[in-house]
Design a protein around this ligand. Structure first.
Ligand SMILES: Nc1ncnc2c1ncn2[C@@H]1O[C@H](COP(=O)(O)OP(=O)(O)OP(=O)(O)O)[C@@H](O)[C@H]1O
Ligand SMILES: [Mg+2]
Length: 296
């Protein structure tokens, strides 16, 4: 209910036809391999978008092109009509701060304490660890603690990052992303290394950022049920193409089979994040079973 009220208010706020992100014929090739193939789509209001597809479909490449971690080969990505792919120098770094990335492996500095890891979000990739202690002021500390508190882990602030569980580390990484005060959050498989309980906490946190801050969140996900539960919109990729773009309710088993390229043996239950102690014979990665693994 709240979700629909919120999406209605977003419409009022941003208006119909207000295009926030536009992909126009975006292609990325690595040698002879086309990872993303002439992809076009718009995100024209703050949405939580899930990108699904089997391993190698092009999900990470798509996400990484948005914040310029991977250069596109051709096409255009526009943000509020600004050409993102031609940004250089300080403008490009500014853009990278505006679209914060969250990674599967957290990318924290293990030996640094949690609060310092979070403050690194303010550095925007500049500075060296040596200069850290001169760079951060009390405002930064307060903002970091507030973000940690929002993620429910302020009590861990003085521990070294490596002392935390995976789920806690991912929450630290999200707090670090929030320090950038980004326009959007790009999360590449944020729960693929987590058990179901921590996966839920992390996805709840990303959803809360979307709802409370009215931000675009784009999330690469391996599991269908997570995409259905958390996302307003799901984009399905296969072999570099977008083969589905719609509401989670339209993501039927047949559609999922099309996206994952699996035959009749495709078992949707196998893409669940729920741990089933009785199930065996499928490839598990921290409770997450990929359709590719289940089908193959
Ligand atoms: N740096 C690279 N150099 C060469 N090929 C690459 C590179 N990055 C990705 N690719 C290739 O591009 C294709 C898409 O890769 P990508 O990592 O985007 O897929 P993905 O959908 O994120 O897969 P996964 O679910 O395994 O993370 C794959 O064939 C991959 O091997
Ligand atoms: Mg990937």
């Amino acid at each position: 209910m709240f979700k629909w009220l919120l999406s209605a208010s977003n419409k009022v706020k941003h208006g119909q036809g207000c295009r926030v992100i536009q992909f126009q014929n975006v292609t990325k090739t690595f040698g002879s391999r086309t990872a993303v193939n002439k992809v076009s789509f718009n995100i024209d209001k703050p949405q939580m978008v899930g990108i699904i597809g089997r391993s190698g479909a092009g999900k990470s490449t798509l996400l990484r092109m948005i914040n310029r971690l991977t250069p596109a080969t051709s096409g255009q990505i526009l943000f509020n009509d600004r050409d993102i792919l031609s940004l250089k120098g300080a403008m490009m770094r500014r853009w990278q701060r505006d679209c914060a990335m969250v990674f599967q492996q957290f990318n924290l500095v293990p030996r640094l304490d949690v609060v310092t890891n979070v403050m690194l979000g303010r550095l925007n990739g500049h500075g060296t660890l040596k200069s850290l202690f001169n760079v951060f002021g009390q405002d930064d500390v307060n903002a970091a603690l507030a973000n940690l508190d929002r993620l429910g882990i302020a009590q861990e602030a003085t521990k070294r990052a490596e002392e935390l569980s995976g789920g806690q580390q991912q929450r630290v990484a999200i707090a670090r992303a929030l320090m950038q005060d980004p326009h959007m959050v790009l999360a590449d498989e944020p729960i693929a290394s987590l058990d179901p309980m921590n996966a839920k906490i992390v996805m709840d946190a990303l959803r809360e950022i979307h709802e409370r801050d009215n931000k675009i969140v784009i999330c690469n996900l391996h599991t269908l049920d997570t995409a259905r539960t958390y996302c307003d919109r799901v984009i399905g990729m296969r072999d570099g193409y977008i083969v589905f773009d719609g509401a989670p309710s339209a993501l039927t088993t047949d559609v999922a089979r099309e996206i994952y390229g699996a035959d009749e043996s495709f078992n949707e239950a196998a893409t669940s994040t729920a741990i089933d102690a009785g199930s065996s014979g499928t490839t598990k990665s921290a409770g997450v079973v990929t359709p590719a693994a289940a089908a193959g």
